[in-house]
Design a binder for this molecule. Structure first.
Ligand SMILES: [Fe+2]
Ligand SMILES: [Fe+2]
Length: 253
């Protein structure tokens, strides 16, 4: 694999104000009062602060290929629509885990918080779409999540551990792609929003990985290494569809 981790998050990012980031999002859509409260509690008005995501670069097996970044820049509408879908799916997956594994208190607590944050992101992306005048479109899921989940073991508690490890990779890749996109897209308010997301998505990565490590009776390093290779293959192999987590655009290779 020849891709190297090159992205860096510099500490000199300009600080967005309420008026140039938060207000356009809030005024574009009838966002609920709850979302406004959560935005403040989440420190959105003071974001994005520089976030160190070096642990994510170390965790992933490869960086996002330049060809994907080029394709994403040219079709931001698809990326934003798929991002909205991903936020909803992230909350849904976590909710499924909460119902399925009710005896794990640490899992209940961490994922309850994660669900609230993912749904807040979902609301924010819908508001962002409204601000951009982007209509909601049906966009079928790409191959990424299913390409990871098909390797999930079928017996417990190993199935749970695999889903948690897969969750860590999905969150880590999301974070890496938000950072990469924020460096190249011309829409500065969108870039600021992506930088804002780094903080929560990097924490989601840490939470999933910590849950997998603490709930497993065996060391997880081998399974992490296995899914690292699977994930990197999905990211660096040709893909006929453009999605937030898709591989190298086949039409550009
Ligand atoms: Fe999210
Ligand atoms: Fe997340």
């Amino acid at each position: 694999m020849s891709f190297q981790i090159k992205h860096t998050v510099e500490g000199n990012m300009s600080q967005p104000t309420l008026s140039d980031v938060c207000q356009p999002l809030l005024s574009a859509n009838p966002v609920s009062d709850l979302a406004k409260v959560d935005l403040d509690e989440d420190n959105f008005v003071h974001q994005p602060k520089a976030v160190d995501i070096s642990a994510i670069y170390a965790f992933l097996g490869c960086a996002t290929p330049k060809a994907w970044l080029m394709a994403a820049q040219h079709d931001l509408a698809t990326i934003i629509q798929d991002h909205a879908n991903c936020e909803k799916k992230a909350a849904g997956t976590a909710m499924n885990l909460i119902f399925r594994y009710q005896s794990y208190a640490s899992l209940q607590q961490k994922l309850a918080q994660l669900i609230r944050e993912e749904m807040l992101h979902y609301e924010q992306v819908m508001a962002l779409m409204a601000r951009r005048g982007q209509a909601w479109q049906h966009l079928p899921a790409g191959r990424y999540a299913s390409g990871l989940l098909k390797h999930k073991r079928t017996y417990e508690p190993e199935a749970m551990i695999d889903v948690l490890i897969i969750g860590a990779f999905i969150e880590a890749r999301s974070c890496e792609r938000f950072a990469a996109l924020s460096e190249v897209i011309e829409d500065e308010s969108l870039a600021k929003y992506y930088r804002y997301l780094l903080k929560s998505e990097s924490r989601h990565f840490e939470d999933y990985l910590a849950l997998a490590a603490t709930l497993s009776s065996q060391p997880i390093a081998e399974r992490v290494a296995f899914f690292r290779n699977v994930e990197a293959e999905l990211i660096t192999s040709p893909d006929d569809e453009l999605r937030f987590h898709s591989g190298v655009p086949s039409w550009l290779s």
